[in-house]
Design a protein around this ligand. Sequence first.
Ligand code: TXA
Ligand code: MG
Length: 340
Amino acid sequence: MSQTLNLKQAAQALAAGELILFPTETVYGLAANALDPIAVARIFEAKGRPRFNPIICHLSDGDALKRYATIDPLSAELIEAFWPGPLTLLLPHGGRIPSIATAGSALAAFRAPDHRLAQELLALCSFPLAAPSANLSGKRSPTDAAMALEQLGAAVAGVLDGGPCRIGLESTVVQTTGSGVHILREGGISREALLSAGFVIAETSPGDAPPAPGRLSNHYAPEAALVFIEGWDETKAAMLRELLAEETSRRGPRGVILSPGPIAGWLRELLPDYPLLILSPEGDLRIAAAELFRTLDRQRPPETGFIIAIAAPERDLGRAINDRLRRGAAVHIVPDAHSD
Ligand code: TXA
Ligand code: MG
């Protein structure tokens, strides 16, 4: 039986080893006491998540982090610049985080959420919160309480309802080395934001880090088949018409086109009668990011048979939007890769 919890009830449930759903500025999380290995095991069970995929520990701030991790100077600068906020850091935990949460790695992932309710909840808890996104493994992350309850309501004591999430995409996961900041997952803090704060982005893999499984393909798959087009522009109108005809004959007549926004006006002219989902008519990538998962979630068979999603510009939050679309896609089309 699922229900809305108040802060006190949520903290009590967590202290008793139960799971709860809670809001952050990125997406809703499925939380447990990170220091209670049995409670953390319940997270893996509830999500159907493979045990090799480690979980982020949420804390109130950099001071709380000092109790659980060794913080190198570059990570300390990142924390100073971006916490609380959508930036997750991998740091040596020295055994202070149970190995079930780190999948046996010497590094644990930490982040301080920038959300009033999440912070108030953390203040009531004497432990960090282990919390992956509150979706079944491989599905989209929920960006409101109803989406979270639909997927995981049966497994939790209840939900702390904070309304829709401000950012709508998961945090950026980084690791520092002597070469700079390695981005392991694009997310709420863009590459451009890191650069303009003066950080050096290291393009090589950090070597000793396990690959973040959130980077595997096949994540974020929506109910309706997703066809993702990259490198498409107004000059490829014929290609889009062909693709529509093809998908319609393969999957049935009910398709929609999803566009982050910048080419919305042009798409409308090209396909005046076709259902278009424009995430942000002004092409504001922050609004597009916030709307993405909710919009995909509403597209379900039989009403919608397929979604043709056109890539966002590959900058700012557009990178994270494209990353999620790429990994949720049943079909991925890169027209330029096929032309000679
Ligand atoms: O915005 C977010 O990050 C949300 C909210 C709830 O905080 N959480 C989230 O968690 O997206 P999750 O589990 O869905 O994604 C966490 C990512 C995964 O790709 C996981 O593999 C990686 O972080 N990760 C977690 N701990 C790690 C570790 N110790 N080493 C390497 N990667 C890790
Ligand atoms: Mg996730």
